[in-house]
Design a protein around this ligand. Structure first.
Ligand SMILES: NC(=O)CC[C@H](N)C(=O)O
Length: 198
């Protein structure tokens, strides 16, 4: 099992740290050839416009789309935007997931927040199913999820941040989360992704 982390911009190092703690071999991906032999790829949080521009400049767009056809990809925050088919503005997108996102949906940096989420899918890696503490930093919302994509998690109904709105989705081997599992000690999402990549 070998998982790459797209290392153009953003918090790729934190994803690598979590993967290494799980004993998973990981490399930084910057060039198309780096994708060879990987079971999966994580696209980190950061700035989706910058990640997109650099992916175009490094000739990664088509190789990444090809990769998405047979391998697992997980986008966190900016990475989720980059996977989407529509981000409501013009910027390079892989457009491989049938989701529509709204960038910076909660406002500016100061409006970043943390919240506990119910994520039933994580029971496949930990049957206990306790709430997942999620960190949102200038995060996008997932406005629309179209089949074959499916909703994995929503903000709690009571949340003033927008109860019921979608913050995680999956489409086959593609995974999108609005928040940052690489910034907490809870490794359930990384374990879930490793299972997806098998
Ligand atoms: N933490 C993040 O990845 C922020 C995403 C960023 N606001 C964007 O639109 O790309």
């Amino acid at each position: 099992m070998k998982i790459g982390v797209l290392a153009l911009q953003g918090d790729f190092a934190e994803h690598q740290t979590t993967l290494q703690k799980l004993g998973i071999e990981t490399i930084q991906v910057r060039l198309p050839g780096d994708l060879d032999g990987l079971n999966g790829l994580i696209i980190p949080g950061g700035e989706s416009t910058t990640i997109g521009k650099l992916a175009v400049a490094f000739n990664l767009m088509e190789p990444l789309r090809e990769f998405a056809k047979t391998k697992a990809i997980w986008g966190t925050c900016a990475g989720a935007i980059f996977l989407s088919k529509d981000a409501r503005r013009k910027q390079p997108l892989l457009a491989v997931m049938d989701i529509v996102v709204e960038r910076n949906a909660f406002g500016r940096q100061v409006d970043s927040f943390e919240i506990d989420l119910e994520i039933p899918a994580l029971k496949s890696v930990d049957p206990d199913g306790h709430p997942y503490h999620a960190v949102f930093i200038r995060a996008p919302l997932i406005q629309e999820v179209h089949a074959p994509a499916e909703v994995l998690s929503r903000l709690p109904e009571s949340s003033i941040k927008g109860g019921g709105r979608i913050v995680a989705a999956r489409q086959g081997r593609l995974l999108a989360t609005s928040f940052h599992p690489e910034l907490t000690e809870d490794d359930r999402f990384h374990r879930y992704f490793v299972e997806m990549a098998k």
